[in-house]
Design a protein around this ligand. Structure first.
Ligand SMILES: [Zn+2]
Length: 46
């Protein structure tokens, strides 16, 4: 599981359905869904 900071909830949340993605600059990141507001959350790093 991965944790990411949700800008809507202003706190760290457990990422739902975390997905590894690659940013435009080639760095790895994790993108998923916030369990609280169901918005997208994003974390830099693999
Ligand atoms: Zn949220």
């Amino acid at each position: 599981m991965a944790e990411a900071y949700c800008v809507k909830d202003k706190q760290k949340v457990e990422v739902v359905n975390p997905e590894k993605i690659t940013m435009k600059n080639g760095k790895p990141a994790i993108q998923g869904t916030c369990p609280m507001c169901h918005g997208k959350v994003f974390k830099i790093g693999g």
